[in-house]
Every structure is written in C-alpha cells, then in structure tokens.
Write a protein of this length. Sequence first.
Length: 249
Amino acid sequence: MFDPHSPTSDQDRSDPWLNRVSALLAKAESTDFPDEAEALLAKAQELMARHAIDDAMLARAGRRASDTVDTRTILVEAPYATAKASLLGAVAQANGCRVVMGAAGDGRACIALGHVADLDSVESLFGALSLHAVRTMLAAPVPPGDTVRRFRHAFLLSFAARIGERLREARRSAERSAEAESADGAGVALVLADRASEVDRAFREAFPRVRTMRTSSSSAAGRVSGRRAADSAGLGHRAVGGSRALPGG
C-alpha cells in the first residue's frame, strides 16, 4: 500500500490527493463486495493518472522539481508467481514504467524502473489489482478435464493481458483530456514523450543485456475466464492513464 506519509517525492506530504488515493485503495482491498472494490480502484486510478500529468506540466513550467527516474524492488509471492508478475508488468507499462523479473525462492523479485511518482502508482495499483485477481480466480470454477494449476495460471495471464489493454486505453483517454483542458495541449504530449524517453534511456543503461520473457498457457477455459474477470474490473475510461524483461504488451 502506498503510504501518503512516506517521502517518496517532493510532493507535499499533506497534499490531500495522497490521502484520498491511500484511503480509496485501503477500502478497495478491505471490501468483500467486488462492485464496490472496482469503483474504488477506478477512482484511485483516475486521481493518480491526472496527478502524474499535472505534476509533469508543473515541472515543465518550473513550478516544481522534475520527478527523478528510480528503481524499486517488488516481491511477487508464489504460487503462480510468473503469471502474477505479468500483471505487474502490465500495470507498470500503463504507468510509464518498466519491469525486470528475477527469481526469489518460489516467488519472483521484480525490479520496477520509472519516475518515482509513477512507481508509487504501480506499487499501489498492483497490490489492489492482484488481490482482486486472486479473489476472482479462487472463485472461478475449474471445468472438467482441466487441472487447477493449469486453469489458474492461464486465468492470471489472461487477466494481466486484458488489464494491460484497458489501462493503456484509459491512459490515452486521460492524456487526451489533459491536452483538451490545457492551454498548451501540444505541450502535454511533449512532456509525456520526454518522460517516456527518460525511462527508456535509464532502462537501457541499467539493463543492457536484458532478454524479453514470453509466457504462455494451455487452458483455454482459464484464458476466457481471466479475460472476463479483467473486463469486469471496473476500470472504464476513468483509469490511468515489463525480464528477463516482461513484454510491453
């Protein structure tokens, strides 16, 4: 969970948006009602997406220090750690970050690279979305003839792929809205392009020999069920808006 009191950026720690995001994510993780969790996640993503864009524009105007590119290690626990890491890669890419995956016992140790504010968003969203994915996966019936492990692995991979699509769509929508509302619409696109270039350059320097990892699944029922769960995750167009490297999507 993203802690609004942690000094992760030069943003004022008392800024109410931080407290709002933290509260929304905490409620989403604690509720037993999927519809409520989805609505809370959507609102949290909306706030984080717009905040990232507004912060970048303020830095461009010299009214705030530029956000720095950094790394953060995120541990992904077994079982199905590789499939869960694919969800992390999808969330990271939608927020302008990259992820490298390494082994950590039965789990995975993933290094996320990106601007600090975006890393905060990735860590928070991944925690909430992975909880949602696992809850939905455990509730999904395994069809006759399939195995639990094969079905659930496919479920999580498909969930991650579809969530990635929806987050990228939502990110583009948030950017278009910011451009339409800004007096310098072209400036929004340029600032975001510059931020993406900074991340790409830092990633190449930090991981020059990284290889892309592709994951696959053999359960068609798991893929269908996972995609259906991702489609019901309540992201809409209000949201934001991978190692070996996890693929970009």
